[in-house]
Design a protein around this ligand. Structure first.
Ligand SMILES: Nc1ncnc2c1ncn2[C@@H]1O[C@H](COP(=O)(O)OP(=O)(O)OP(=O)(O)O)[C@@H](O)[C@H]1O
Length: 569
């Protein structure tokens, strides 16, 4: 097992558990002594034996408690470490990995599969080790007491094996399928909760319910299969054990009657018999538990072995203060087999506002994602002041950009939490209020009873779409950056508010001497750009000012015309 380890603490726990098992082995011998007594007298040996029995019970209690605590706490510690490792790994995985995942399935891997490993480490391993010891110790003692009765008792192994081996194999498969089914159910449930508004507005409650019910039913059917196996294993084992006990009792009684066995020894045998039934079952289940653990390990390892984004390993490169030039040369990119960008050329300078314009699906957002290295380019070069983007560590490179995305990136938390997200410097309240004022949110925040510390709800549910966009712009403006990248960042605002904010951003661009890269369809947002890159057929087909493009590029004229028609509607 690679993910969880056998540590000294765990070994101590198992050792104590073994001591407790050994202590338990002594108790039937004490009982045998009492049964064999001709007459009970509260003195001498009997007193000593009773005292010893009491001490063994108390010792067993203490040792077992300590052992349980050591094993469980070690399991918790290792599960914590594994979950932290998984969380760290998940955060480092490339964007393309998430494009192919259902977040709920991933969550289930991190939560449910790790629990399977925990139970193997803290339950199966100790149970099997102590079980083997109990079985071995019992056999040694019972052999020394009466080998014939022991041989009869030994029949429990093949009989138990007859039940647990074939049924255990089936339950292994069921357990593996159950884990996958649980992951799928977590996936669909979390998706339907996340998309509840879409579900309601599209009146797809029944469809979503049917989809989720399919997963619930699949899990139910698997659980029923598991229940059937468990319902067979338990009673079958009990019945076979009962038959065997009867055989031991009958044979033992005959031997007692014939005088070749003492009543005490028969009593001790019965106790030993009951004592090893549990351990035998645990040992028999080891194989299927191990299979289940291997399945969970495989699924977790798939995440851990995924190649992470290359984040570190490079020195911070010195970047001269002042003006910067971001340049894309012959950049190409494809999502798996879908080429989206081909030989794109682009330049953005400090103090400039450039715009990426093109029909929907043209590849504008993809271009922004490639610039910020969310996806690696397939060919070509992206550089800052002549230095290739890949010469910079990912962290340093992403630090050059402050991005406002098309999608909602408000986190659950307060206004302050959202504004300071990812900021690695201390900010004063005044700076936060200034940022809010820049996007015209100051009045709104002032009216809230807790001001900057007011909570915004999950994903900013308590804000309007426009307020959410403005909050994200305010957050972006607070960061230190060389280029502000706005991807449809003002699409939800009314024309007047957008104009006010764009004017404020222009001012910010001049005072901070940063560049601005805007992706937008609305003409008013892009028309005053220093340079517009018009994207069509996977590449930049023309660049220039709005007026230049209108004059020289028929496709751009057509695009603008269509856009004007849309905006008039
Ligand atoms: N994660 C992804 N995996 C696979 N294909 C994608 C992915 N994201 C986008 N695409 C595809 O890449 C193409 C460009 O998409 P992109 O989002 O870059 O366009 P866009 O110009 O920003 O569009 P819009 O103006 O509608 O936002 C589209 O065909 C889209 O289907």
């Amino acid at each position: 097992m690679k993910l969880l380890k056998i540590t000294p603490r765990l070994l101590w726990g198992i050792l104590l558990s073994m001591i407790a098992s050994l202590l338990n082995l002594y108790l039937p011998l004490l009982v045998r002594h009492f049964i064999n007594l001709k007459q009970f007298a509260w003195s001498g040996l009997s007193k000593k034996v009773l005292l010893l029995g009491g001490l063994i019970l108390i010792g067993n209690l203490l040792v077992s408690s300590l052992s349980d605590y050591l094993i469980s706490s070690e399991g918790d510690r290792q599960v914590r470490q594994l979950r932290l490792r998984l969380q760290k790994q998940v955060l480092r995985l490339p964007q393309k990995y998430f494009d192919q995942q259902i977040s709920g399935n991933l969550t289930s891997r991190i939560i449910n599969d790790v629990n399977v490993l925990r139970s193997f480490l803290t339950e199966t391993i100790p149970a099997v080790v102590t079980g083997c010891l109990t079985i071995l110790g019992t056999m040694l003692i019972t052999f020394s007491l009466d080998w014939k009765l022991t041989l009869l008792m030994l029949l429990v192994f093949p009989i138990d094996g007859l039940v647990t081996v074939p049924l255990g194999k089936i339950s292994e498969v069921i357990a593996d399928q159950t884990q996958s089914s649980l992951a799928a159910l977590t996936g669909v449930t979390s998706e339907s909760i996340k998309q509840i508004k879409t579900v309601k507005l599209n009146k797809t409650e029944e469809d979503v319910f049917a989809k989720n019910a399919r997963e619930i039913n699949k899990l139910y059917r698997l659980s029923l299969k598991g229940d059937r196996i468990a319902a067979m294993i338990g009673p079958l084992q009990s019945m076979l054990s009962f038959c065997l006990i009867m055989a031991v009792v009958l044979y033992g009684t005959l031997r007692v009657k014939s005088g070749s066995l003492s009543t005490g020894t028969l009593g001790a045998f019965m106790m030993y018999f009951f004592q090893i039934i549990g351990p035998i079952n645990n040992v028999a289940l080891f194989y299927s538990d191990r299979k289940q653990m291997l399945g969970a390990t495989r699924k977790i390892s798939e995440i851990i072995n995924e190649t992470a984004e290359e984040t570190a390993g490079k020195e911070q490169l010195a970047v001269a203060p002042g003006s910067s030039l971001l340049r894309l040369d012959q950049v190409s990119f494809a999502y798996q087999d879908l080429p989206v960008l081909e030989k794109v050329y682009l330049e953005a300078r400090s103090g400039e506002k450039i715009a990426l314009v093109g029909a929907t699906g043209a590849g504008k957002t993809t271009l922004a994602n490639v610039i910020t290295r969310l996806y690696p380019v397939a060919a070509g070069r992206i550089s800052l002041n002549g230095q290739a983007s890949t010469d910079f560590s990912l962290e340093q490179w992403r630090g050059f950009f402050s991005v406002v995305l098309q999608e909602n990136t408000i986190i659950s938390g307060s206004i302050r939490d959202n504004l300071t997200l990812g900021l690695n410097r201390k900010v004063t309240d005044q700076e936060l209020w200034d940022a809010l004022a820049l996007v015209r949110l100051e009045e709104y925040a002032k009216k809230l009873p807790k001001g900057l510390d007011s909570l915004l709800g999950e994903s900013g549910k308590q804000l309007s779409g426009g307020q959410r966009q403005r909050m994200q712009i305010a957050r972006a403006c607070l960061r230190d950056f060389k280029f502000l990248l706005l991807d449809e960042a003002t699409s939800n605002l009314d024309a007047d508010t957008e104009k006010i904010i764009m004017t404020a951003l222009d001012r910010l661009k001049r005072t901070k001497n940063c560049g601005q890269i805007t992706i937008a369809h609305r003409l008013a947002t892009i028309a005053n750009s220093d340079r517009i890159y018009f994207i069509k057929n996977k590449t930049v087909v023309a660049s220039g000012s709005h007026e230049e493009l209108l004059e020289k590029v028929p496709d751009y004229r057509r695009y603008v015309h269509e856009q004007q028609l849309k905006e008039k509607r």
